[in-house]
Design a protein around this ligand. Sequence first.
Ligand code: PLP
Length: 364
Amino acid sequence: MTAPQPRPGILDIKPYVPGSSSAPGASRIFKLSSNESALGASPKAISAYNEAASDLFSYPDGGSAALRDKIAEVYGLDASRIVCGAGSDEILQLLTKAYVGEGDNIIQSEHGFLVYALAAKSCGAEPRFAKETNLTSNIDAMLALVDDRTRMMFVANPNNPTGSYIPEIELLRLRQGLRDDILLVVDAAYAEFMEQPDYNGGERLVDQFDNVVMTRTFSKIYGLAALRLGWGYCPSAVADVLNRIRGPFNVTLPAQAAGLAALDDQDFVERNRAFNREQRSWMAERLSAMGLEHVPGFGNFILIKFPDARGLNADDIQSYLGSEGVIVREMGAYKLGEYLRVSIGEKEGNQKFIELLSQKFPSD
Ligand SMILES: *Cc1c(COP(=O)(O)O)cnc(C)c1O
């Protein structure tokens, strides 16, 4: 072997496959495959981004200080323990790189977000998948997988792609069942869509314990996925670790500027939340009327079951929708091959999706 070889395990990684965005042949495309913001981005964020164009020659503030202060103000947090990243993805990757090594393992739920397993494998660690109950994280099953090589546990809450969530009291129980040296990462990418009183994104646990981190993103309700902007809220020792290993300028200047303006436009966030609530319940109702089983999800997407028994399986439906310009997400990689995930999009796309489905599944 003369060519350079990566560390063991790297070549076993199947790269993350993002939601597709093309549908050859269709005249108009509705991309309902990546849980992007239905209402786009706040006009204020777009203006701030455009204004940043005149500063493209200069390095950004390496510590994202103004942005962290604004996040702290909006969410009631301690700015010194916020670390910003190029998407929450970067924070998840950095955490794994810092805390997991060769021969270690991480624990996540069976149908949990796949980025955690990929990050673990890239560090030579084994991802362990805990059985779920009703497509919801099962705390006891997760805790049962812990052994002396477990370094991290990841929970997406609410989870993508299932849309289910666990209440704060269950998160607390999870933390209390964990050894102090295991880092619990609560990925709250969809927190802003949540309106359930028993829910908390995880910040209260972070403030209370030294081994809990919460990650958040500007990619979903804020509609800034293209800019790659996210953050983690950490115990101070973990924030210190992230600040040592992150790139010195990991968040771009336009992303910081747009993020700041987006945070200042909470009216937009409220509009997006209300729109999502209303469209999601309309779509869920229509799916029920067609007899299609779906998970009562809490994010900006719905997971729908298409069993073979109906004569049209998930693959058939995905191709059919795609040929008509509606792109949805296949779920094979999540061991949910009978399902498709559809994002709540703009009204026209949602209507087209429902209309197309009702041609195959007439309501009784
Ligand atoms: C979309 C999503 C993210 C956000 O990733 P970014 O890198 O911030 O765009 C994180 N976690 C989950 C579960 C998601 O669905």
